[in-house]
Write a protein that binds this ligand. Structure first.
Ligand code: MN
Length: 442
């Protein structure tokens, strides 16, 4: 199975698919699935912009609404996780995962699926310590703080992911904390010098993702968010380096021993190409962070992974055979067993440890129960048979406002918003966020 991975999408679906189709043409090799690592911006209509946490100048519709409307269709099965710039209202509708548009499947706030026989797992959002242990308390219209906390990763979801068995591929928007030390950190700092302090203080990346990396050892891990291409190899257990990522980071992350000399002549670009063809040992994770989508290119990574679906994919006479997409039974069991802990309030009851033997036992029991439940069903785990894409809001680059009693274009809304901001600023009430259009009707 040939896979294309991309970093932050920022609503640029056309550029991404065009680049992938162009690569297929030049290489002569079909791409079977696309993995997008967040900041996807599933903006269905102008009202969704109200739930997108970006500065005013970045409030753009992007390409997604045409895919949502059916004007365009994703040419290749696409799996998506969320980042910190999302239509958080829409992502919340699909908290457990689902079709954002035909052929574009969101893994949910956390999720795991079986893709042609390999397990893909993903964590949406970014880590912020003060919201990590909270429940999912945000509701719409989002408050100025809720529009941000809504995409902060929750411990509840991380623990669920930590209960998975080793996935082949893990997707996260931000990087696992400490990962920079498993690659060429000097070259990274040459390209992104402003990471220096975070690297020196061990604050680059997400600590919960570091925990997951140590717990799961996925064969491949892809991230985005920091808008730079960076490759690393993490060795676990018996692979020659007997430490975990946490131990490595804690050992190396002494600012005194950090080599961040600018004189060193490391090759900044060639050093970060991930050796896709190198077979991975089970004890290593190949990490690759990807750049954001940009016209300058180099935001994609292509690689081929042997999967149980390969004979089917090779034998198919179709130009683009449909890659099997199944629920991961283990994930379904985890979701059921952890459900009593799910909180819709700020308060989150204490959560069990991922090492808790009785918790793991209950998950195994649940898996056995699912086996019985599914025994007489045909393809019970087939995502396409169970979940169908449905519109839940109009697809339009306009939004109806009850105040104006008509549909306004994005440009008009931006103009009105800008002048409202300006008036507010003049009145000296800049500390209060302008929510003039929070009541836009869909
Ligand atoms: Mn981001």
């Amino acid at each position: 199975m040939r896979i294309a991975v991309e970093g932050c999408s920022h609503g640029e679906l056309d550029v991404i698919y065009d680049a992938i189709l162009a690569e297929e043409q030049s290489s002569g090799e079909r791409v079977d699935v696309v993995l997008l690592c967040g900041d996807f911006q599933a903006i269905r209509n102008a009202t969704d912009l109200e739930s997108l946490a970006v500065p005013l100048k970045y409030r753009r519709m992007g390409d997604f609404h045409r895919y949502y409307a059916g004007e365009k269709t994703a040419p290749i099965l696409t799996l998506v996780i969320g980042g910190n710039h999302e239509a958080s209202n829409y992502m919340w509708e699909l908290y457990y995962g689902g079709w954002l548009a035909p052929n574009i499947y969101y893994l949910g706030a956390a999720g795991s699926v079986d893709l042609g026989g390999i397990v893909v797992a993903g964590a949406s959002g970014i880590f912020k310590r003060h919201d990590y242990t909270a429940g999912r308390f945000e509701h719409q219209p989002y408050s100025p703080s809720g529009i941000r906390s809504v995409y902060h990763t929750r411990q509840f979801d991380i623990i669920k992911l930590g209960l998975l068995q080793r996935p082949q591929i893990f997707l996260s928007h931000d990087w696992p904390n400490g990962i920079e030390h498993c690659g060429d950190v000097t070259a990274l700092l040459r390209k992104k010098p402003f990471f220096r302090e975070e690297v020196a203080t061990s604050t680059l990346g997400s600590p919960p993702l570091q925990m997951l990396l140590d717990a799961l050892h996925p064969a491949y891990w892809f991230s985005a968010h920091l808008h730079v291409r960076f490759a690393a190899t993490v060795y676990f257990g018996d692979a020659g380096q007997s430490d975990t990522l946490a131990v490595r980071s804690n050992t190396i992350l002494n600012p005194e021993v950090l080599e961040i000399s600018d004189e060193e002549n490391a090759t900044a670009v060639s050093a970060v190409a991930m050796p896709a063809a190198v077979p991975h040992r089970p004890e290593t994770t190949q990490f690759l962070a990807l750049n954001k989508c940009s016209p300058r290119g180099d935001f994609l990574h292509f690689f081929t992974l042997p999967t149980p679906a390969d004979p089917f994919l090779h034998a198919s006479t179709e130009a683009r055979p449909q890659v099997p997409l199944l629920y991961n039974k283990r994930w379904l069991a985890i979701t059921r067993v952890m459900d009593p802990y799910f909180s819709l309030q700020r308060r989150q009851m204490p959560l069990p440890s991922i090492q808790d033997p009785s918790l793991r036992e209950r998950i195994c029991e649940e898996e056995a129960r699912l086996d019985t439940l599914f025994a007489d069903k045909v393809n019970p785990l087939d995502v396409r048979a169970v979940q169908h894409f449905q519109h839940t809001a109009p697809a339009s680059a306009t939004a109806y406002t009850s105040q104006h009693r008509r549909f306004l274009s994005v440009e008009e809304i931006a103009k009105i918003r800008a002048s409202a901001l300006e008036r507010r600023r003049k009145r000296g009430a800049a500390q209060r966020s302008v929510r003039a259009y929070q009541n836009l009707d869909t």
